[in-house]
Design a protein around this ligand. Structure first.
Ligand code: FES
Length: 155
């Protein structure tokens, strides 16, 4: 996954969607696919080339949880915050993860190893609380199990 921003690639991505401002969400998804996050420079370029304001682009980026503006960690730990998981302790599990990793939700550990993110239902409600690490979903995660999973992420 590329991390250094390239204006020519940015234009290429924007042009794939015909430069249509109504396709802003799709454009942003394409940037995330390419870079893993939305560079500040990309926000400027998208606004300029779609002829919309930077505030409009920022508004959409901050509305959707999938659009991050910082480089993601090597591993992404997502803890479900939806109703069924909350009823089974996902809030205290999140507090445990924040303490253990020394980050808040939406942040990445100092070593760049793990990003902690909220997610709203992983389709695993029967086994709540649910956690997703990278692409794998785990059910009935308690603090001890989460510690083991986090240890597995340490490179
Ligand atoms: S509410 Fe958490 S997996 Fe559905």
């Amino acid at each position: 996954m590329a991390t250094k921003y390239d204006n020519a690639i940015g234009s290429e991505i924007i042009n794939q969607f015909g430069g249509k401002p109504e396709l802003l969400v799709q454009v942003l998804h394409a940037f995330v696919k390419r870079y893993g996050f939305i560079h500040k420079e990309a926000i400027r370029q998208i606004a300029d080339e779609l002829n919309i304001s930077r505030a409009d682009v920022h508004g959409v980026v901050s509305f959707y949880h999938d659009f991050r503006t910082t480089k993601p960690g090597r591993h992404i730990v997502k803890i479900c915050q939806a109703e069924a998981c909350q009823a089974m302790g996902s809030r205290s599990l999140t507090a445990h993860a924040e303490k253990r990793l020394e980050v808040a939700l939406h942040e990445t550990t100092e070593d760049g190893g793990i990003s902690l993110e909220p997610v709203f239902c992983l389709g695993n409600c029967a086994c709540s609380p649910a956690v997703m690490i990278d692409e794998k979903v785990y059910g009935r995660v308690d603090p001890d199990k989460l510690d083991v999973l986090i240890d597995m992420c340490r490179d």
